[in-house]
Design a protein around this ligand. Sequence first.
Ligand SMILES: Cc1cc2nc3c(=O)[nH]c(=O)nc-3n(C[C@H](O)[C@H](O)[C@H](O)COP(=O)(O)OP(=O)(O)OC[C@H]3O[C@@H](n4cnc5c(N)ncnc54)[C@H](O)[C@@H]3O)c2cc1C
Length: 361
Amino acid sequence: MKARIQENVALAPLTTFGIGGPARYFVDAPSENVVLSTIQFAKDQNLSVFVLGGGSNLLVADHGFPGLVMKIGLTGIDWETHRDKAVVRAGAGEEWDRLVGLCVDRDLAGVECLSGIPGSVGGTPVQNVGAYGQEVSEVLVSVRAYDRQTDSIVELSREDCRFTYRSSLFNTIAKDRYIVLQVTYSLTKHGNPAIRYPDVQREFESRVGYPLLGEVRAAVRRIRARKAMLLVEGDPDCRSAGSFFKNPIVTEQQFAELQVVAGPAVPRYPAGPGRVKTAAAWLIEHAGFSKGYSLGPAALSSKHTLALVNKGGATAEDILRLAREIRGRVETKFGFRLVPEPVFLGFDIPLLIQEGWVNAS
Ligand SMILES: Cc1cc2nc3c(=O)[nH]c(=O)nc-3n(C[C@H](O)[C@H](O)[C@H](O)COP(=O)(O)OP(=O)(O)OC[C@H]3O[C@@H](n4cnc5c(N)ncnc54)[C@H](O)[C@@H]3O)c2cc1C
């Protein structure tokens, strides 16, 4: 199948923020062949390529993107069962939450706390999606990807992917190099659900024995809905990219310094040897921002201070203005800079680097 190249396609409706201008060229890629022929077209035309999944972790510039946007639509889910494990291979264009639902229905443990995260299967390894004590890196076996550097299809193991908190090979040292085509996960048959986070634990306080995977999935979706972290049709509070800032991970020493300024109540979670994770939402609130705070049509969600939302008609510049104000006040009060979680597309890169929104590398 050949790629059907479209021109000047609006990107805003393809993102959860609902913001941004058009793509100069746009391709829906439902197969590996279309991915390969699109890359060839982009090479011939000397165009930069952006790979789009569900658009749920993305802020597109108001003037759009002058290159080619390829939306990954590869579907298909294969199941293989072993003794106590099930191996599932899913096309990168499959909807992630649908896959989680299917796993839970089959009584397969390992992704139940990742229920309700929007976006595609192909997006999950990019920032090592995680929530409520689970991360996709715990169950990911391998990633089938097109390597734009060597012009070949490769199979990357979990180790190759170099997962850490909200980070992987794909969004750090090999940014833009790989196009994820398929992801393989290994799940535990009839396994116990992960009930590691206080929010989830509270849901089952009065429950005797382990809850079922389906109950945990439902609880996680309930918790997410309360925080506007579940996409609900027509709810302007979830016109966002989820968390706009990452939870900071600091050394014990940095955390001790933070406690001196912020007081003993500042949240701390374990984050590996010698490292502590703290809560960006707490820092934002204690820097003086409350839920619903707005700057024109850009606002903090009325349910969660970590989500910046488009109240209706906001531009990317409106969102950045609000993000600058939040980051600036947190930095002044607590002495360190919050790092954004979404990907920025179509912006003036030197300006983003100068303002510290992206790294120079
Ligand atoms: C309401 C809400 C709640 C959220 N909650 C969470 C949460 O709890 N935890 C969490 O981790 N995230 C969360 N997110 C962020 C987002 O859902 C995830 O990061 C998701 O995995 C992004 O996938 P996507 O397909 O939408 O990627 P996109 O937004 O389309 O793209 C994001 C990045 O991934 C790249 N990418 C996407 N697909 C591919 C592919 N096939 N190959 C190569 N690169 C690709 C893009 O190029 C881009 O750099 C939330 C977002 C929203 C809107």
